[in-house]
Write a protein that binds this ligand. Structure first.
Ligand SMILES: *Cc1c(COP(=O)(O)O)cnc(C)c1O
Length: 321
């Protein structure tokens, strides 16, 4: 693949076995891919996408990165860190309210020197557009990175991540991943299709219905394939999405997420996050209990990061004790 790329993530990330958790849950054989350890400002999946998206920004002569997310966005934290390393300005459009004391990812955004514009979740896209136009008018040479860096170019990072997984020669029957803006799953689905992999790539939806998310992932994967000059058409029916674990909505931590976070920590010494991997692991556990996997099957839980959000007051308060 010779798409412009800036290499900064620590790759390949490790694959580790989770024997204790597998035993506690009564199978299948569980493994974890440690994309919580991609090396950029406490890790996470956005590093792989930003390697491609930021190469695009630099090729466009950008001097300011503008992106968007929730107050505890991991994507915003990793973007702000890369802006710092590249000597660029960074403006984050965050939905929610500033906490009295900055904490979790939002504290890190501040340390990284990002400028923050607050908005609501419903007005987020509109605010983002306004901030971009203002920065353009001011001559700041802004580059707009959409939610989660989930563009076709960003998804290429996860197509390569799939190749990296294959090169690690760990046979798996399924990959389970948290899926929200869809770029991560789109890249993995594309990678699996290019390799004619026989396993399944199952996205546990964080905040969308199955119909919405599978259509979005299919569209991104198809557009990413076009960027590679490869004529794959991926349709929604090719994309496996489970939307039975949406709980009370985005970022709302409840019993299933808490149980998953505690089980991974207590039995494997591994930290999940309250918003994404906690919910995806809750989904995996729920599916295991419902008999969705045979005991002999090998299942890779792809850890996408997010652990700094554990230290956000609203989540820490619920996880203690
Ligand atoms: C952004 C994010 C995801 C979701 O990835 P998408 O590509 O947006 O679907 C999953 N886990 C963590 C920790 C994230 O920050």
């Amino acid at each position: 693949m010779n798409m412009p790329r800036i290499r900064f993530a620590h790759l390949p990330t490790a694959i580790e076995a989770l024997p204790n958790l597998s035993a506690v849950l009564g199978g299948p054989q569980l493994f974890v891919k440690r994309d919580d350890q991609t090396g950029v400002a406490m890790g996470g999946n956005k590093a792989r996408k930003l390697e491609f998206v930021l190469a695009e920004a630099l090729a466009n002569g950008a001097r300011t990165l503008i992106t968007v997310g929730a107050a505890q966005s991991n994507h915003c934290r990793q973007t702000a860190a890369m802006a710092a390393r590249l000597g660029m300005r960074c403006i984050l459009v965050l939905s929610g309210q500033p906490s009295k004391q900055a904490n979790g990812n939002f504290l890190l955004d501040q340390l990284l020197g990002a400028e923050v514009v607050w908005t609501t979740r419903t007005e987020r896209e509109q605010t983002l557009q306004m901030v971009f136009e203002q920065a353009w008018a001011d001559g700041a040479r802004p580059f707009l990175i959409p939610l989660g860096a989930s563009t076709p170019v960003g998804a290429l990072g996860y197509s390569l991540a799939f190749d990296e997984f294959l090169a690690q020669k760990m046979e798996m029957d399924a990959i389970v991943i948290a899926s929200s803006s869809g770029g991560t799953q789109a890249g993995l689905v594309l990678g699996a299709k290019r390799a004619q992999w026989s396993g399944r790539v199952l996205g546990i939806s964080i905040d969308h219905t199955q119909a919405e998310l599978s259509a979005r992932v299919a569209e991104l994967a198809t557009q990413a394939a076009e960027r590679l000059g490869e004529p794959f058409s991926i349709v929604a029916q090719d994309v496996l999405v489970e939307d039975g674990f949406l709980g009370a909505g985005y970022g709302v931590l409840d019993e299933p997420e808490k149980e998953a976070i505690h089980l991974f920590a207590k039995h494997e010494g591994l930290f999940l996050d309250p918003v994404y991997t906690g919910r995806a692991a809750a989904g995996l556990i729920g599916l295991i209990r419902a008999g969705a996997f045979r005991p002999k099957e090998r299942v890779l839980f792809w850890h996408t990061g997010g652990t700094p959000a554990l230290f956000a007051d609203e989540y820490a308060a619920q996880l203690q004790g």
